[in-house]
Structure formats: structure tokens, C-alpha cells
Design a protein around this ligand. Structure first.
Ligand code: 7PM
Length: 314
């Protein structure tokens, strides 16, 4: 909240510029708050936070029928999310569930490319691909994706170069460990500082690889190698994670954190997820990743309205 209140609507003065800090040479010239995200061929305005819809294209998510039935169902679901107001639809073919079987690049491409091709032709919302593999990034972007969402923050060999070569936006997410084992014993001395430093260092790696700063957003990775206390500390300090001025994306939808707090099964976590979405926006999030787009967008609008009243900007 403080992040937005201090600045208000973006102006082209020096008002929002960060003081130069040690080891942050590029912040000298960069605006403190980047309220936009440059996608491949257009710019997503983040002056008001937006919703990213989650579209899983794994066999367990659309398995009622053959391959084409699965594609049809996934495309219909993506179209519905766009109608409900998603600014981005995030298509993923690799399950990052703890213990999930690894998927080859060929299999991931086979799952996501037909869905991306058809979605891009049918919706105005941007399409992102949730992947860590360079081959999948290239195939998805060739099929029309304009953003890469990577839970490994472009750390696999060749991923950084692939994303840079594709000329798309990137989401850099923090994860401690690997999906199979990340929840075994999450360990941090200072979780907020460590996650912030990781994200800043990955953003520097992107810049060095030629990815424009305007194309980068960052994500604390709720549930990825974190205890409930770690997750809550991050959600309570989101503004600090965007301290380098990059937009913050957050995904809490239906996650076990919501289950632990509310005592509810995944299918009954809508209210808890939506409450977190509103509070994440109040804490400075610019993009909320969610399964339930319409309900989440309502929550985001409520948070925006309250924030606007707080800044006297009505
Ligand atoms: C099983 C466990 C299935 C976890 C799916 C998940 C995020 C993400 C995911 C996130 C970004 C889910 C996660 N979560 N990408 N991909 N941020 N940027 O709940 O929080 O969707 S997968």
C-alpha cells in the first residue's frame, strides 16, 4: 500500500525515482515503479492490477476424452477466463506438484502448443506459457504466446537465452529447491530479504542477457519451498519485493496456505483465495494469478477502489 500511496499515478517527473543504492547501477536511470509490462507486441498497463488466469493442460486436468477433447476443453476454459476479464491466460503443461513425474519437452509442447495457437486466435487477452524449458518457450512463442512464466526464473541451461531471443515478457519466480523435494525442510534466515535478493539477481541476469527491464516481473513463489510462516511473511511484505521497481505477480489461488488457514479442501478455497487476492493488491501486487477469474477480479476491483480513495484520487 505504501508503495502506491507514496507515488500515486505515474508521472514523468523524478518523483518516483529510486535513490541510487550500492550495486544497483541501473536503478539510477530507471523509474522506481514500473507500472507496465512490455509483452511481445503490446504493453500491458498495470496502473490498475490485473488477473492472470491459470490454465493447466496436464492429463489430470482435462482427461475426459482423447487429445482433441482435451484441447477443446482447455481452449473453452481459456476463452471463458478472457470473457471474465483475465488480462493474461497462463497455459502450463508441466505439473509442478510435489512428486509429479517429469515431463519431456516434446510432451510439454504437444500439450500446450495446440491450445496456445487456438487461444491466441480467439481472445484479446495475452497468452503466457508456464514452462522452464527453452524448447517449450520457443515453440509456445512461435504459436503466439507473448510471455514466459517460469517457476525456475530462467535458471535451466539455455532458458535465459531462449526468453531473450523470443522478445517476450518474463515472470521470474522464486523457488527454494526443486518441486519434488521443496517442501521437505524449507529453510531461510531472513525469508523476505533472501527472496528479494534472489529476484533482483535474476532480474540482473535477464538484463545482462538483453531482456529489457520493461519486460520483467517478479514473483515470491507462494508455496514453492516455503512453510506457511514463510508464505505469510512474503505476502505481508510484497511491497518490499518490488523495491527494485519491477511489477510483482502473486499466485495464492487454492494453495495449501489457504487450506491451512481455513481448514478447507482445494475445491472449497475460493473465499480464502479471493481474500488473499484483495490483500495482495493492497500490499502492492500488480498481477494476481488465479483459477477463478471472475471472483478474483471482483476482489481486485474492491482493493483498487479502496486504494484510490486512500490516495484521494477519485
Ligand atoms: C500443484 C502444485 C499444481 C502447485 C499447481 C501448482 C505459480 C506459478 C504455479 C505461482 C507463478 C498452482 C501451482 N504456481 N507461476 N505456477 N506463480 N508465476 O497452484 O505462484 O498453480 S503451479
Amino acid at each position: 500500500m505504501a508503495r502506491r500511496r507514496a507515488v500515486g499515478p505515474r508521472r514523468s517527473t523524478d518523483a518516483g525515482r529510486e535513490r541510487p543504492g550500492p550495486g544497483r547501477a541501473f536503478s539510477l536511470a530507471a523509474p522506481r515503479f514500473q507500472m507496465k509490462l512490455a509483452l511481445r507486441d503490446r504493453t500491458l498497463d498495470l496502473a490498475e492490477p490485473v488477473v492472470m488466469g491459470v490454465l493447466n493442460v496436464t492429463p489430470d486436468s482435462f482427461s475426459d476424452g482423447g487429445l482433441y477433447a482435451g484441447v477443446d476443453a482447455a481452449v473453452a476454459r481459456g476463452e471463458r477466463m478472457a470473457e471474465e476479464g483475465a488480462a493474461i491466460v497462463d497455459v502450463g503443461g508441466e505439473s509442478t506438484r510435489p512428486g509429479a513425474a517429469p515431463v519431456t519437452a516434446e510432451e510439454e509442447i504437444r500439450r500446450v502448443v495446440p491450445v496456445i495457437e487456438r487461444l491466441v486466435a480467439r481472445i484479446r487477452a495475452a497468452v503466457s506459457v508456464d514452462t522452464s524449458k527453452p524448447e517449450v518457450m520457443r515453440a509456445a512463442v512461435a504459436a503466439g504466446a507473448s510471455m514466459v512464466n517460469d517457476v525456475r526464473a530462467l535458471r535451466l541451461p539455455g532458458a535465459l537465452e531462449a526468453a531473450a531471443g523470443c522478445g517476450v515478457a518474463v515472470c521470474l519466480m522464486h523457488m527454494q529447491g526443486e518441486p519434488a523435494t521443496m517442501q521437505v525442510r524449507p529453510d531461510y534466515a531472513r525469508v523476505v530479504a533472501e527472496v528479494r535478493e534472489f529476484l533482483a539477481s535474476r532480474a540482473r541476469a535477464c538484463a545482462a542477457a538483453g531482456i529489457a527491464r520493461e519486460r520483467i516481473c517478479v514473483d515470491p513463489g507462494i508455496g514453492f519451498g516455503k512453510t506457511p510462516a514463510h508464505n505469510l511473511a512474503l505476502l505481508a511484505n510484497l511491497a518490499a519485493l518490488g523495491a527494485d521497481g519491477l511489477p510483482v505477480l502473486v499466485g495464492v489461488s487454492r494453495k495449501s496456505l489457504v487450506g491451512i488457514i481455513t481448514g478447507r479442501a482445494p475445491e472449497d478455497r475460493l473465499a480464502g483465495s479471493v481474500a488473499f487476492a484483495a490483500l495482495a493488491v493492497a500490499q502492492g501486487a500488480s498481477i494476481v494469478r488465479a483459477h477463478d477469474v471472475a471472483a478474483t477480479l471482483d476482489a481486485v476491483r474492491v482493493a483498487i477502489a479502496l486504494r484510490r480513495a486512500g490516495t484521494g484520487d477519485s
